[in-house]
Write a protein that binds this ligand. Structure first.
Ligand code: HEC
Ligand code: HEC
Ligand code: HEC
Ligand code: HEC
Ligand code: HEC
Ligand code: HEC
Ligand code: HEC
Ligand code: HEC
Ligand code: HEC
Length: 430
């Protein structure tokens, strides 16, 4: 590590100093910091408090103010900040990546603290739109502390960190949704609003599915750039493997590529990915196919056929469900048919994936498999209902017989009662 920190101060000397400080400090793990003594009492932006800094991963790892700012934290007066002690003064925005990278790009140094931590953040950052523009003198782009914070910097694994999966979209949006701040760049500022409406956002925040993507999942943590036309599909393909495999083999892939159209995003959008329904294959407001294809052409016919197929299987599955529901609520045993019914549903799901081949005959295969199962389960449900009716008829008959017997008994009792009554009055008259 060939830097200002070590140039003036051989590492062995720092180590010695640290040991001395720790010994003097007795049981305290951290060397006393006069920096904090003064800065806790200053007004913002000069204020840094103990409560704040004790949350910082760097403080927790035993680093001090001087690790980043230089200076001498043992001096109680303004000498603490003397240039002679290596004090750097205010760190300009364009110097921040190099400051952080000094340690974070030094594999040997970082291994001592955390061997599994990557050390490519600065290198990656330099490839990003942020990093490239910073070098050109644009200090409005994100630098390390815009995403990570400073002085109470937490690792991503801490849910309170600005870059934890649930918080990071908000962190990006601080700039990217600020139309005033982003004026002059000529890019939209609706990514956050759109993302917040997406299935991905819902999966993550409502269902707590942290495997759903958020801004840096698609754009990279440090190499933040818009995925290029070719990599867009690959971004989605990381997670939606089957749709991507189908799409790869389709005519659309080559056709879209030669027209510079961004693959999956053409039909699903990038930030506002919504839950697709069969209406996407229709001709209404959600329709996607007819944006390019003309009524009656071979693709329109393919679209209509796929829609018809899906509708048919969907109807068949629902019809079978209804029969099985009635049978079950009448106390009939249909659990086996229910299990089979799941396979019919799977065929429907599979067909919706197979759409991405854009070949009617492949979709048709899944549909036929599903229809066969749905027909069978519906028949099983109807058989159960027939059995129920048979049992009901049997039950009705036995109920009738019991009723007749009861009625007979009742009449018999009445007769006995009226007979004994006549005897009673006769006796009175005597
Ligand atoms: C005696 C009180 C005192 C001590 C001790 C002290 N500071 Fe300061 N610091 C100040 C004051 C007051 C200012 C603002 C005036 C100035 O810029 O000189 C300041 C400014 C700064 C700035 C901003 C400089 C700039 O150019 O805007 C940094 C960074 C800083 N201090 C870090 C440190 C560090 C690191 C230490 C410990 C090594 C430290 N200070 C110790 C009082 C102190
Ligand atoms: C991990 C590196 C790091 C550590 C550790 C660190 N700082 Fe900073 N500090 C920075 C960076 C980077 C900035 C610039 C922030 C900005 O531009 O908004 C900064 C800004 C400041 C400023 C504000 C300067 C200004 O005028 O806006 C002060 C004061 C300061 N630090 C004091 C401290 C004190 C006191 C400590 C120890 C308690 C400390 N810093 C620990 C990196 C660090
Ligand atoms: C003096 C060396 C040094 C400097 C300068 C430094 N760091 Fe660190 N940083 C470390 C060490 C050591 C760790 C602890 C690694 C660990 O335990 O995971 C760390 C941890 C981190 C982590 C948490 C990593 C994790 O575990 O997920 C982040 C994020 C981070 N630093 C960002 C920054 C940023 C941003 C800057 C610049 C403002 C910076 N660091 C400056 C040494 C440094
Ligand atoms: C545009 C936002 C952004 C910028 C700028 C940024 N980071 Fe990060 N950083 C992230 C995100 C997001 C993560 C990963 C969070 C996760 O693991 O879920 C991360 C993770 C890290 C980690 C943990 C190890 C790792 O790579 O996963 C370190 C260390 C780190 N960043 C340092 C830096 C340094 C140093 C800079 C400046 C050169 C920097 N970051 C700039 C967003 C950013
Ligand atoms: C401090 C403000 C700020 C923050 C925070 C920030 N960005 Fe940026 N970002 C910018 C600016 C400014 C540009 C330059 C715009 C341009 O050149 O088109 C930019 C450019 C980009 C671009 C390239 C856009 C293009 O097509 O040119 C992407 C992608 C991007 N940012 C993603 C992110 C992500 C993801 C995050 C959060 C992890 C983030 N940004 C956080 C300010 C920020
Ligand atoms: C599911 C993946 C995905 C997620 C999540 C995502 N993006 Fe994007 N983003 C893309 C794709 C793909 C493009 C490029 C679109 C294209 O080339 O047509 C893009 C483009 C951009 C651009 C360039 C300008 C534009 O709008 O075209 C910016 C800036 C950006 N995204 C920021 C963000 C921010 C901020 C978030 C989080 C709120 C985010 N993105 C979340 C995939 C994603
Ligand atoms: C990091 C993984 C990941 C990436 C990258 C990703 N997705 Fe997703 N996607 C998910 C998860 C998780 C869900 C929610 C699935 C669920 O809950 O059933 C989802 C849901 C969807 C859905 C709704 C379908 C459903 O069954 O809920 C569509 C459509 C979708 N994503 C399209 C895309 C597109 C287009 C891209 C690229 C721009 C993309 N996804 C990138 C993980 C990802
Ligand atoms: C030409 C338009 C088009 C393209 C390109 C496209 N899709 Fe789709 N996608 C659809 C349609 C239409 C549906 C809706 C099927 C349904 O529900 O009837 C769909 C449904 C989906 C679903 C939900 C499937 C389900 O189980 O309901 C996911 C996930 C998905 N697509 C991902 C992708 C991915 C990833 C890519 C790129 C590899 C992609 N799509 C490319 C049109 C497209
Ligand atoms: C962005 C424009 C666009 C959209 C949207 C689009 N297509 Fe296409 N489609 C094309 C192009 C271009 C071709 C290639 C035409 C050629 O080769 O002559 C094509 C070809 C096809 C083919 C012929 C495939 C083959 O194997 O020969 C079918 C079928 C098809 N599309 C169906 C669909 C369906 C269904 C949808 C909606 C889910 C759809 N398309 C959406 C542009 C589009």
């Amino acid at each position: 590590m060939d830097t200002w920190l070590n140039n003036g101060f051989p590492r062995s000397l720092i180590l010695l100093l640290t040991i001395v400080c720790v010994c003097v400090g007795g049981a305290r793990a951290q060397a006393p910091s006069t920096c904090l003594d003064c800065h806790a009492a200053l007004d913002p932006p000069l204020q840094v408090t103990q409560a704040q800094f004790s949350q910082d991963i760097h403080a927790q790892e035993g680093l001090t103010c001087a690790s980043c700012h230089g200076g001498d934290p043992t001096k109680a007066d303004m000498d603490a900040m003397s240039k002679a002690a290596g004090f750097r003064g205010k760190i300009q925005r364009n110097q921040i990546p190099e400051l952080c990278g000094r340690c974070h790009s030094d594999g040997a140094f970082m291994r001592k603290y955390n061997p599994s931590l990557r050390t490519d953040q600065l290198a990656q950052y330099k490839t990003s739109v942020h990093g490239k523009r910073l070098v050109q003198g644009d200090t409005k782009v994100a630098v390390c502390i815009d995403c990570h914070g400073v002085h109470d910097l937490r690792p991503a694994s801490d849910p309170r960190s600005q870059i934890s999966p649930l918080n990071v979209a908000k962190t990006c949006s601080r700039c990217h949704s600020d139309a005033e701040y982003m004026r002059g760049y000529g890019i939209p500022t609706d990514q956050y609003a759109n993302y917040n409406r997406s299935v991905h956002h819902e999966a993550m925040t409502v269902r707590g599915d942290l495997s759903a993507p958020t801004c840096p999942t698609c754009h990279g943590n440090h190499g933040a750039a818009p995925p290029g036309i070719d990599s867009v599909k690959n971004v989605c393909a990381n997670c939606h493997v089957f749709q991507a495999q189908m799409y790869d083999k389709s005519t659309h892939k080559a056709a879209f590529q030669s027209a510079s159209l961004p693959g999956c995003v053409v039909c699903h959008s990038n930030h506002d990915v919504s839950l697709p329904t069969d209406a996407k294959l229709g001709t209404g407001s959600e329709a996607v196919c007819m944006r390019c294809h003309k009524p009656g052409d071979i693709c329109d016919q393919a679209r209509a056929k796929m829609l018809q197929d899906l509708t048919q299987l969907d109807g068949a599955v629902k019809a079978a469900d209804r029969v099985l529901n009635v049978a079950e609520s009448s106390g009939m045993e249909v659990s086996e048919a229910r299990t089979e019914q799941d396979q019919a549903r799977d065929s429907l799901t599979k067909a919706r994936v197979t759409i991405h081949s854009f070949k009617t005959e492949l979709v048709e295969q899944d549909i036929q498999a599903g229809l066969k199962i749905a027909a069978k389960t519906q028949a099983e449900g109807q058989a159960a209902l027939a059995e129920r009716d048979r049992r009901r008829r049997g039950l009705g008959l036995s109920l009738g017989i019991i009723l007749v017997v009861l009625l007979g008994l009742l009449l018999y009792i009445r007769q006995i009662e009226s007979n004994s009554g006549k005897v009673g009055t006769a006796e009175l008259h005597r």
